[in-house]
Design a protein around this ligand. Structure first.
Ligand code: LRH
Ligand code: MN
Length: 426
């Protein structure tokens, strides 16, 4: 299914009066504060988030799965769905594939399909947390960290195969997340597990093309519930340094113990030039993988405050990979992703409005109250007219969710794909 620009333009007609009014009001007040809104709108337009190929259908939990009708059951259909999101939001210009869930068959056709939707292939993700039917050995007790050399070799080879697949698609980065760990004290030797992991990652790294990056994703627990080999940012940072300058830490927002100060982790990694990218989502308890900004929008704003500061002051940190990592249990996956993209743009736009000179002055004067006032003045600004303008300028919908519903996109997908199509992934 394609969403042609004409249909989107017609939808925008319905919302343009309200948009123009709120935009004029906001741009006057921001311009009076000396803010260059044209550069804010441009930065929003340039901000492209990769959509996870594993989050275009209903995920489900161990307690069950409630399917969504019209799910994409092929990689082609997944590319079409990301194309829909990008047509409406103009900020979803990439897809992140998970191998083998999304193993391309016809590379030429897949690349043409992506091109037809103006989307590129962002990081490719390896999967050494599930045994494949063809597997000769198992990942039951780990992959890159496994005491069994056969399991380590299989996992290393899989990552090298994933790089080759990514190269054929034009991707420029590999994301490695390991479920490796233990469920009980005494089950594994922490040091040998870490040594095996470091050696295995260095072997994979030695196969990384010159212009590629390797992202090492950390997580404190699940599916192992006593220890995880790459449990926190420090371990990922240490392993990235052990590999080399093309290896970086990937921050998945859901991979932190309660009340972790994630914005300080982001700041530290950018200072060291080792922040590779993000998996955006939100959570109240564990790795809930729910809609970005649906639980802790202020925390997301504080993270973007450090990101904007880092992008202005840390040339040692390369451009970041922005990706969503979500799982949908109760919302239409495309509506959920539209809401996540909106929340990301909102946090970024608010962070771009922070008066950094005034904040620096207040910090140096230890005017703690003023520091908070400066941050919250930006946070309290309703930036939606700026995001709408950025979409409008790039041919998107002023209000993607309204347009998605008004154009009956889900019903059309059901007519095309039927009620029983199931998407691979989480
Ligand atoms: C692990 C994770 C990782 C992916 C998986 C789908 O929790 O965040 O990024 O491989 O989800
Ligand atoms: Mn993730």
């Amino acid at each position: 299914m394609n969403l042609d620009k004409e249909k989107i333009r017609a939808e925008n007609q319905k919302n343009s009066a309200a948009h123009n009014e709120s935009f004029d009001c906001l741009s006057n007040s921001l311009t009076n504060q000396g803010i260059d809104i044209a550069s804010v709108i441009q930065k929003l337009g340039e901000f492209q988030v990769a959509i996870p190929s594993w989050a275009l259908g209903a995920g489900g939990t161990r307690f069950g799965r409630y399917g969504f009708y019209g799910e994409p059951s092929t990689l082609e259909q997944k590319l079409d769905d990301v194309g829909l999101l990008h047509a409406l939001t103009q900020t979803a210009g990439a897809i992140s594939l998970h191998i083998p869930w999304d193993l391309p068959e016809d590379y030429k056709a897949i690349k043409e399909r992506a091109k037809s939707h103006n989307i590129i292939f962002d990081a490719v993700n390896s999967n050494t947390f599930q045994d494949q039917k063809t597997s000769k050995v198992s990942y039951r007790y780990g992959s890159l960290s496994n005491s069994s050399k056969a399991s380590r070799d299989m996992a290393v080879q899989h990552n090298i195969d994933v790089i080759k697949i990514g190269e054929k698609l034009g991707s420029k980065s590999l994301t490695v997340w390991l479920a490796d760990g233990a469920n009980f004290p005494g089950q594994s030797n922490f040091q040998s597990a870490l040594q095996h992991t470091q050696d295995s990652l260095q072997t994979i790294y030695s196969e990384l093309p010159q212009d590629w990056k390797m992202f090492i994703e950390y997580k404190p627990y699940e599916p192992n519930f006593y220890s995880t080999v790459i449990q926190d940012w420090g371990t990922s940072f240490m392993l990235a340094n052990a590999c080399g300058e093309k290896a970086f830490t990937l921050v998945d927002l859901g991979h932190h113990l309660p009340n972790t100060n994630i914005e300080q982790i982001v700041s530290t990694l950018m200072w060291k030039g080792k922040l590779g990218g993000f998996h955006f989502n939100d959570s109240k308890y564990g790795d809930d993988d729910i809609t970005v900004g649906s639980i802790k929008p202020y925390a997301l704003f504080l993270i973007f405050n450090e990101l904007v500061y880092g992008m202005m002051n840390n040339p040692q940190n390369p451009p970041l990979a922005w990706m969503i990592d979500a799982s949908h249990n109760i919302k239409d996956p495309l509506e959920d992703l539209i809401q996540s993209l909106e929340a990301i743009q909102e946090a970024y736009a608010k962070a771009l409005l922070i008066d950094r000179d005034a904040l620096k002055a207040a910090q140096l004067e230890h005017d703690v109250v003023q520091c908070q006032e400066i941050l919250q003045n930006a946070y309290r600004t309703d930036v939606r007219p700026l995001i709408e303008k950025s979409r409008l300028d790039n041919g998107g919908a002023i209000n993607p969710l309204k347009a998605y519903r008004s154009l009956q996109v889900r019903n059309q997908l059901i007519m095309e794909r039927g009620k029983n199509s199931v998407a691979s992934g989480l």
